[in-house]
Write a protein that binds this ligand. Structure first.
Ligand SMILES: Nc1ncnc2c1ncn2[C@@H]1O[C@H](COP(=O)(O)OP(=O)(O)OP(=O)(O)O)[C@@H](O)[C@H]1O
Ligand SMILES: O=P(O)(O)OC[C@H]1O[C@](O)(CO)[C@@H](O)[C@@H]1O
Ligand SMILES: [Mg+2]
Length: 367
């Protein structure tokens, strides 16, 4: 189909590479199809409240290397259950999806490119079912989307976490300490696992494998008896002890989201370990540093490939799909196959085998 006017929004937590995607969509739509491109601001809020910005080759010319998203984003603001404070300070929940559909029609868009993780893409799928032509583009540092080898943003987050590990190694070794690094990932351990392997962690704890504390302590004691007494532990924010609960910071600050904010396992683990070993224990929480800053070359290339392929898919009329990396190709996956699913690390994954084969303790089984 001829593309005249297309829209794009970015939703969920930001990550590196979002601007590479925005640039690729904009340039492909203009250069290949002569279309106009409309940016929706702050995720689906832009669609609900008609907040837009024109995107051109000029306005996107210096953003390939830029972190964040020039469109803005939010991990709140579900238009199907929009939470706001009323005059009395009480939370009211309203369905604003019809308002979003009305904006879409008034903007005379041929389609909407929805760049997001599983939460944002589920919303995209709901709008697709209401008649909006949607093409999804998989984003998230968590790498927890089915259907794609990798989401963009993940490799950059892993690189940042790996750099942090390298630095913790030198200080940990110098002081003979146990150094714990807590990383993001929500309910998936991908960042912890890949960055832990890349950074030579001695212990990696992920949500998919509740850890046995005795096991962890045994590994540390084993190292204390050896020639390198220090230990480096990588722990995912969603990790928990066998029989224990995930540790959270309560609900998000504004109370408008209701989603649990994870974090705190690094300090909890430090307290658990400290009592049982003769070394000092220190915790570093990497936090949003993983999401900020310039994307790695891999994420710039992946974002550019996905953005270009998404526009080609729209021009063919392939709506209700997500563009995805199936190495070495970019393929299309139906949004219906992804909705509501979260891809966690399978407990028999080869990455786990490689970790244990090389002596990394995963909080389970032998050292
Ligand atoms: N299961 C769900 N069903 C419908 N809407 C959801 C669901 N989970 C989250 N949302 C909404 O989707 C939006 C973003 O969700 P979420 O925070 O999960 O981001 P995401 O797109 O998955 O990206 P990331 O996980 O990288 O932050 C928010 O508006 C949130 O309210
Ligand atoms: O930006 P916020 O609201 O603190 O969200 C943090 C969450 O978002 C992510 O960075 C991306 O989904 C998770 O890894 C993390 O749990
Ligand atoms: Mg998500």
């Amino acid at each position: 189909m001829a593309l005249k006017r297309v829209g794009i929004l970015t939703g969920g937590g930001d990550c590196s590479g979002l601007n590479a995607v925005i640039r690729a969509v904009t340039r492909t739509a203009i250069i290949q199809y002569g279309a106009e491109v409309v940016g929706l601001e702050d995720g689906f809020d832009g669609l609900v409240f008609n907040r837009t910005m024109p995107l051109t080759t000029r306005s996107t010319k210096d953003i390939l290397t830029l972190g964040g998203t020039i469109l803005g984003t939010t991990n709140k603001g579900n238009p199907f259950a929009y939470r706001e404070f009323d005059d009395r300070g009480e939370i009211v929940v309203r369905d604003l999806s019809a308002q979003a559909m009305a904006t879409f029609r008034s903007l005379e868009l041929d389609c909407l490119f929805v760049v997001g993780g599983e939460g944002t893409l589920e919303l995209g799928y709901k709008f697709q079912q209401m008649g909006m032509p949607v093409v999804g583009i998989p984003k998230t540092i968590d790498n927890d989307l089915f259907g794609t080898d990798y989401t963009f943003g993940f490799q950059t987050a892993v690189q940042v976490a790996c750099d942090a590990m390298d630095r913790l190694h030198t200080t940990g070794r110098s002081h003979d300490r146990v150094m714990i690094l807590e990383v993001m990932g929500r309910n998936a351990g991908w960042i912890a696992l890949e960055a832990g392997l890349a950074g030579g962690a001695h212990i990696i704890l992920i949500p998919e494998i509740p850890y046995n504390l005795d096991n962890v302590v045994t590994k540390i004691r084993h190292r204390i008896r050896g020639k390198s007494p220090f230990s480096i532990i990588m722990v995912a924010e969603g990790a928990r002890e066998e029989g224990g609960e995930r540790i959270t910071q309560g609900t998000a600050g504004t109370r408008l989201q209701g989603v649990e904010q994870l974090g705190g396992i690094g300090f909890h683990l430090a307290n658990q370990i400290r009592e049982r070993i003769p070394l000092e224990v220190r915790t570093t929480v990497l936090g949003h540093i993983q999401r900020g800053g310039s994307p790695t070359a891999f994420d710039r290339v992946l974002g550019t490939r996905l953005g270009a392929a998404a526009v080609d898919a729209a021009a063919r009329g392939d709506f209700g799909t997500m563009v995805a990396l199936k190495t070495p190709d970019i393929v299309l996956v139906p949004l219906s196959e992804l909705a509501g699913l979260c891809r966690t690390v399978p407990v028999d994954h080869q990455l786990l085998r490689a970790a244990e084969a090389t002596g990394v303790n995963l909080g389970r089984g032998a050292m």
